[in-house]
Write a protein that binds this ligand. Structure first.
Ligand code: SF4
Length: 355
């Protein structure tokens, strides 16, 4: 799919009722999930009632009622593991979700020290909304996730796991629980690639603990490299200085290796596009994959309540193209992360551009 079209779809969304969609949760996306042209490449797109794009029967895409040639989007069907429950009666669907075509994703702790007060909450995030709606549990226990992962691999062909967490107030920032979850999943499904996502631990030795537990890759997500933007959009996380992120990324590259570490960079938070690209290039030089995604106004988030719109598609296209070029020049492909959002690629247009 052409980058211009992919960027427009990511920002303007589609009119559709996809079978696979999560409502609210951690991070910047609660989109519907499709596979692009029936391939293993996935795309997550916002569902927008007045989008000019509409998906018809059979995955045919139209714009203002006109069919767009060669742009087939096939819905990803509800996986079979959603119908199972744990021994103590919790539906698997409440513990982990299918993302894209073959990713099992979960938020192991669904509460976050940053979310408690509006003054410290990330303005795009809805991590506790799904908990309040009763769609998930506050803590996912290692043995529960091991059961879910085994079923998801055996019944639905899941090939990697992404585990994020709300930030805890311990020095590990949630790493201890993540490490236990990694170990339990690998005991149930040896060799399954797993990415963990975490704020920089106060004690960086936790990064080694996560690697020793068996994690394949790590995401340490900053969202923006512009301190003024951070203070507006992620005021709680902005109290962690960028120098601390640099230290965590460097340690993570030392422990996990080059291109096994990633971060989200959001387009549409008001950052200068040239500075965003320059920052992404600096990260690439460090061996860190900058996963460039558009800001999405999620219902339930502070930014949505303020009416902050998604970025314009042209800016997203230009930034994505330049970052993809830098990634290609450095020989860094998302797929080579082994696991994680960059390996999945569904929320970004980077992998379609070879990044
Ligand atoms: S890129 Fe990350 S958040 Fe998006 S669908 Fe893939 S695993 Fe989920």
């Amino acid at each position: 799919m052409e980058l211009d079209l992919r960027a427009e779809l990511a920002v303007l969304g589609v009119r559709s009722a996809p079978p696979l969609r999560r409502k609210a949760g951690a991070g910047p996306s609660d989109d519907g999930h499709w596979s692009v042209g029936g391939s293993s490449n996935a795309a997550t797109l916002p569902i927008v009632a007045d989008s000019p794009f509409e998906l018809l029967e059979g995955g045919v895409l139209t714009r203002d009622g006109v069919v767009i040639e060669d742009a087939l989007l096939e819905p990803i069907m509800r996986p079979r593991f959603y119908d199972l429950t744990t021994d103590d009666g919790i539906p698997f669907e409440q513990l982990a979700r299918l993302h894209g075509t073959d990713v099992l994703a979960t938020t192991v702790v669904q509460t976050c020290i940053r979310y408690t007060e509006e003054s410290s909450r990330c303005r795009f995030c809805t991590i506790e909304q799904s908990l309040r709606a009763g769609a998930t549990t506050q803590v996912k226990f290692p043995q529960q996730l091991a059961q879910v992962a085994k079923a998801a691999v055996e019944l639905d062909g899941v090939r990697q796991v992404v585990m994020t967490t709300g930030t805890s107030n311990g020095v590990d920032r949630g790493a201890k629980h993540l490490a236990k979850c990694v170990e339990a999943i690998l005991e149930a499904v040896p060799g399954l690639p797993i990415q963990i996502q975490i704020e920089p631990p106060l004690d960086l030795e936790w990064i080694q603990v996560l690697k020793d537990a068996g994690a394949t890759a790590i995401g340490i997500h900053v969202e923006s490299l512009d301190q003024a933007v951070r203070e507006r959009w992620t005021p709680g996380k902005a109290t962690v200085p960028l120098s601390r992120y640099d230290a965590a990324w460097l340690e993570a590259v030392r422990v996990f290796g080059r291109n096994r570490v990633s971060t989200y960079l959001l387009v549409g938070l008001g950052e200068d596009p040239d500075e965003l690209v320059a920052g992404a290039e600096r990260l690439i030089g460090m061996g860190v994959y900058p996963f460039v995604v558009p800001y999405r106004p999620l219902e339930g988030s502070l930014a949505h309540a303020d009416g902050v719109p998604a970025p314009d598609p042209l800016t997203l296209t230009r930034v994505t193209r330049r970052v993809a070029t830098a990634l290609k020049a450095a020989g860094m492909r998302g797929a080579d992360q082994g696991a994680g959002c960059a390996a999945c690629g569904a929320c970004s247009a980077l992998c379609g551009e070879g990044g």
